[in-house]
Design a protein around this ligand. Structure first.
Ligand code: X5A
Ligand code: ZN
Length: 667
């Protein structure tokens, strides 16, 4: 079973630099690598990773994507003098060569391929390559935008050829359009390429018409190129997360990749002089976490851009920490995507509607005329002087506020007498129990006769111990197998609401009789997913009807991304309770996927309550909660039924006004 996170780094890739004066290229400095690595060491992340040595890529590997002529040109730079290097650099756009460029580019690519090998031979689960030169701008016949060889594109070709992969997802979260990758896979349906990029209606580098949302691939590759252009600077956490929920993730889950490659550029993070965006480092934890639920968790992140050394380093650390399975820091800031972001999201969804089943029901509303658009709520002004020092001060205080606490325990379980689940590492079966008096004192909301059953009392007693562990963050998450999950849930909700927890999110799956009568007067948000539901509904007591036919591929990912996660990210809970009852209409795998994604919220603080008659479900969920390697196989999926969509749309219309993350269009 694959486990562990690999790290590829070698300081030799710092041995080239810009030799002459060129303001456009001066930001791509060797210190980008050392400062990232140093920060990884500061956070003790290096020693938790499996170090992989770099190697030189071979000519054969380089020419998987590049022409022999271009390879010869790069080879020839090894022996050039400064004048010749400058001349050859000027033949291309925004790129510079040094005597060591060829060697470093071979190590950068070779390191990337080492990581791909380690992941696809199951030596490790995932990993990151901290390499330079970057790759995503380079093309068959030319270097471009600081890039010499296209590391990620070659990695995809390599994986296709060596491991016979048929579906690879490339996620390019660098702030620039990886046009090099787009050109290489334009006609290739086996590689789904997603890139968001600063575009500003074609006034930002590389100023290409083909970076716009309506360029979607050609021939057999039509629909497999996804461009999300940002037409304003200042895009932040809410915009990035919304782009994932409403564009990338539904398509990626439908695509069902066997490997995820990330063109991990951090010039899309706050403080970057190129990107001028506002996403904070934690945002990359969340992006990473969501992608880890694809391809059985086989994720390979490869450094591209990132020019604010501080922001770059913190964001790299967030990515690696998440790959290692640590709880995610909470996202800060208003969770409202801006108008311009919603316009872009709407446009790219409309452009892809004919090619993706999950967009089939996308009601295409006419895009706003960009010239008539109102003021963006983002205040960043690109004309102003860009003061990197100011962002250093921001990041200093921002990073201090982030809690990196890892609880001593990952998962606590309450199991019925004689129940034997195969428990993965990191799971503790709770044996302690609260006193009868204590339980009764905490259960004023429950009818007395419920407490008369000895097994119920035993379960509540242990659950009370676990609840307190969760509240004190002694354990990250927990699972309770209960004789009556609705009684347990009611008890738990009361207990959590009496604690300092401010925002509780409850998700109920199936019928939970007593809970429906338990009135929620807006103290918490409660989402019910069932086959039938009562008529009353508010912004905080939400009923969604969703049914899956058993023994078939599921379409539950659809409602997860268009509704459940946007709502949950909008709310930013600090505690989550998930309860399953009888007559549930969604399967074990779907609940696993949901729990897996929700672990990105509330610092992973989740209490799961299921009926004790479902040990098989318990087995699956306990693995998922304890982050057992190799548990994240959720595909393939299928298109949602018209009936499900219609039911959902009706509900979404009601709550969209309150929950802004649900929006996927600007109208
Ligand atoms: C890898 C990367 C950016 C080139 C910008 C040129 N390249 N203006 O971020
Ligand atoms: Zn970039």
């Amino acid at each position: 079973m694959a486990c562990g996170t690999a790290l590829v780094y070698d300081e030799e890739m710092m041995s080239y630099k810009l030799l002459w004066d060129d303001p456009e290229c001066s930001i791509e400095v060797p210190e980008r690598l050392s400062s990232s690595y140093k920060r990884l060491q500061d956070y003790d992340l290096v020693k938790r990773c499996i170090q992989l040595p770099v190697r030189e890529a071979t000519d054969e590997e380089i020419t998987l994507v590049h022409s022999h002529d271009y390879l010869q040109v790069v080879k020839s730079t090894q022996t050039m003098n400064e004048k010749e290097l400058k001349e050859i650099s000027q033949k291309y756009t925004a790129v510079f060569y040094h005597q060591n460029s060829f060697r470093c580019a071979k190590l950068s690519l070779g390191g990337t391929l080492q990581l791909v090998d380690a992941i696809l031979t199951r030596e490790v689960q995932n990993g990151m390559a901290i390499v330079r030169p970057p790759g995503h701008h380079s093309q068959r016949n030319q270097g471009n935008g600081f890039c010499v060889f296209n590391n990620v594109a070659i990695a995809a070709e390599y994986a296709k050829k060596k491991y016979k992969l048929e579906r690879i997802l490339i996620v390019d979260w660098d702030v620039h359009h990886g046009q090099g990758i787009q050109y290489i896979f334009e006609e290739d349906p086996s590689v789904l390429y997603f890139s968001w990029h600063r575009y500003e209606h074609k006034t930002f580098w590389p100023y290409l018409r083909e970076s716009d949302y309506d360029v979607i691939g050609r021939g057999k590759g039509t629909g497999f190129n996804i461009n999300l252009p940002w037409n304003k600077v200042g895009m932040g956490n809410a915009d990035y997360i919304a782009a994932f929920f409403h564009v990338l993730l539904p398509l990626a889950f439908e695509f069902n990749p066997e490997l995820v490659l990330v063109s991990a550029g951090y010039d899309s993070a706050i403080g970057d002089p190129e990107g001028r965006m506002c996403a904070t480092p934690e945002c990359f934890s969340h992006l990473t976490n969501m992608l880890m639920n694809l391809a059985g968790g086989k994720l390979c992140a490869v450094l591209e851009g990132g020019y604010n050394l501080r922001s770059l380093a913190e964001s790299v650390c967030m990515t690696v920490r998440t790959l290692l399975g640590d709880p995610l820091p909470r996202l800060t800031g208003e969770m409202t995507p801006c108008h311009s972001a919603l316009e872009s999201i709407q446009n790219v969804r409309a452009a892809h509607t004919p090619y993706w089943k999950c967009l089939l029901y996308n009601e295409i509303k006419s895009a706003h005329d960009p010239s008539s658009e109102g003021d963006s709520q983002h205040s960043s002004d690109q004309q102003q002087n860009f003061d990197t020092a100011m962002f250093d001060i921001f990041l200093d205080s921002h990073m201090k506020k982030i809690e990196f606490a890892v609880p001593p325990l990952r998962t606590c379980a309450v199991l019925p007498e004689g129940c034997c689940l195969a428990l993965p590492d990191g799971v503790l079966v709770e044996e302690k129990t609260a006193t009868r008096e204590h339980i009764i004192a905490c259960s004023s909301s429950l009818p007395n006769e419920l407490l008369e059953k000895e097994t119920m009392l035993a379960t509540l007693g242990k659950m009370l111990v676990i609840l307190n562990k969760l509240l004190e963050y002694q354990t990250m998450n927990s699972i309770v197998l209960s004789p009556d999950s609705s009684v347990c849930a009611t008890f738990a909700i009361k207990h959590v609401l009496a604690s300092p927890v401010k925002r509780l999110l409850c998700i109920n799956i199936g019928d939970l009789g007593i809970l429906h009568e338990f009135d929620n007067d807006g103290e918490y948000v409660c989402l019910n997913i069932c086959g039938t539901y009562p008529t009353g509904m508010s912004n905080r007591q939400i009923y969604l009807k969703w049914t899956e036919s058993p023994n078939e591929y599921s379409s539950f990912f659809y409602i997860i991304f268009c509704c459940i996660l946007p709502l949950a990210y909008n709310y930013q809970p600090d505690f989550i309770i998930i309860t399953t009852g009888s007559n549930r209409t969604i399967g074990d795998k779907d609940i696993s996927l949901l729990i897996s994604l929700l672990q990105g919220l509330a610092n992973g603080r989740i209490l799961t309550i299921i009926p004790e008659t479902e040990p098989k479900l318990g087995q699956k969920l306990v693995k998922c909660l304890s982050d057992s390697p190799g548990e994240k196989h959720f595909g393939p999926h299928r298109a949602p039924s018209l009936e499900n969509i219609q039911n959902l749309k009706e509900k979404l219309d009601i709550i969209e006004k309150e929950w802004k993350m649900l929006q996927c269009s600007a109208s």
